[in-house]
Design a protein around this ligand. Structure first.
Ligand SMILES: C[S@@+](CC[C@H](N)C(=O)[O-])C[C@H]1O[C@@H](n2cnc3c(N)ncnc32)[C@H](O)[C@@H]1O
Length: 271
C-alpha cells in the first residue's frame, strides 16, 4: 500500500526523496508517484543503476555481518539508514550477535516514521530523526545516549550517504567529530559514489527531478574521511571486491563484473 503522507509530519510528496527513490529501487512500497517517476527516469537512462543499488545493499550486509560475527561489535549507529527493507542492520547483526544494539538515523521524515514503526522493535533498537551535517546533535541525542555507550567500541555506518554531503558542509569535519567520540576498537563503514561520467549523469537526472544533489568523489578524496582509522583488508575497494562471499579478506581482485559495479567504493576502518 502506498504511504499516506499525512501520517508523517514534514513529508514533502511534491519532490522526489532519496530515501523513497532508494526504496523503489529495492522493490519497496514506501514511495510516491513523484519518486517512482524520478527513479524510472533514472532506470531508463542508466539501467545499470538498479544493479548499483543492489550491490551497495549487499556490501552493507557483508560489512555488518563482519562487524558482528568477526570484529565483536555489539553497538551500531547507522546514519542515513533509509526506509525499512529486507536484511536491516539489526537483523543482520543479531543473526550473529543477538545482543546487538542499533540506532538508526535519517533526516527523511517518512523513513523515520516507518523506521520507528518497523525497525524500533524492542528496547535495543531505535530510529531517530537526525542530520549527518549535525553530528553533535546525533551524538547527544538522548535516545542515542540511552543505547550506545561511547566508552565501548561502536560501529558507525555512513553507507551510500556521504555523497549527499557537499564539500561546503565539510564531510571530513563531520567524520572527525564522530571519530572523537568513538572508543578505540570502534569501526567506521563508508560506501561512496565514485567520480565517473555515469554517476555524474545520474546526478544530473536527480537534479532535474528536484531531488537532492550528490557529490561523486575520487578515491583520493574519499580516503581522508578515514583519518584516524586503519583500513581493514582489502582497504578502499570497488564494492564487489570488498570481501566478496567466500573469499579471504586479502584475496586479490575477484572479477568485478559489470561496469556499474565500478561506480562505488567502500571501506571499513578500525580506530
Ligand atoms: C541511498 S540511501 C542509503 C540507505 C542505506 N544506508 C543503504 O546503504 O542501504 C541514502 C539515505 O541517506 C539519507 N540522507 C541523505 N542525506 C542525509 C543527511 N544529511 N542526514 C541524514 N540522512 C541523510 C537519505 O534520506 C537516505 O535515506
Amino acid at each position: 500500500m502506498a504511504p499516506d503522507p499525512s501520517r508523517a509530519t514534514g513529508v514533502d510528496a511534491s519532490r522526489p526523496s532519496v530515501a523513497r527513490m532508494y526504496d523503489y529501487y529495492l522493490g519497496g512500497k514506501d514511495n510516491f508517484e513523484v519518486d517512482r517517476a524520478a527513479a524510472q527516469a533514472m532506470m531508463a537512462s542508466v539501467p545499470e543503476s538498479v544493479q548499483m543499488v543492489a550491490s551497495n545493499r549487499a556490501f552493507l550486509v557483508r560489512a555488518v555481518r563482519y562487524l558482528a560475527a568477526e570484529a565483536g561489535i555489539r553497538q551500531f549507529l547507522d546514519i542515513g539508514s533509509g526506509l525499512p527493507t529486507r536484511q536491516n542492520v539489526h537483523e543482520v547483526a543479531r543473526a550473529a550477535a543477538p545482543d546487538s544494539r542499533v540506532v538508526y538515523v535519517d533526516h527523511d521524515p517518512l523513513a523515520v516514521a516507518h523506521g520507528q514503526a518497523l525497525l524500533a522493535v524492542d528496547r535495543n533498537t531505535r530510529y531517530i530523526h537526525g542530520d549527518l551535517r549535525e553530528p553533535g546533535r546525533i551524538l547527544d541525542d538522548p535516545q542515542v545516549r540511552a543505547l550506545i555507550d561511547f566508552d565501548r567500541p561502536v560501529a558507525v555506518l555512513v553507507v551510500a550517504t556521504l555523497h549527499f554531503i557537499g564539500d561546503q558542509d565539510d564531510p571530513a569535519g563531520i567524520l572527525r567529530r564522530l571519530r572523537e567520540r568513538m572508543a578505540p576498537g570502534s569501526y567506521l563503514v563508508i560506501s561512496h559514489i565514485l567520480d565517473d561520467p555515469r554517476p555524474h549523469e545520474i546526478g544530473r537526472i536527480l537534479k532535474a527531478a528536484g531531488a537532492p544533489a550528490w557529490y561523486p568523489r575520487t578515491p583520493e578524496q574519499i580516503l581522508p574521511f578515514f583519518e584516524g582509522f586503519e583500513l581493514i583488508g582489502p582497504g578502499l575497494e570497488l564494492l564487489p571486491r570488498w570481501r566478496p562471499p567466500g573469499s579471504a579478506p586479502d584475496d586479490a581482485r575477484p572479477d568485478d563484473g559489470a561496469e556499474e559495479l565500478r561506480w562505488q567504493a567502500a571501506a571499513v576502518g578500525r580506530r
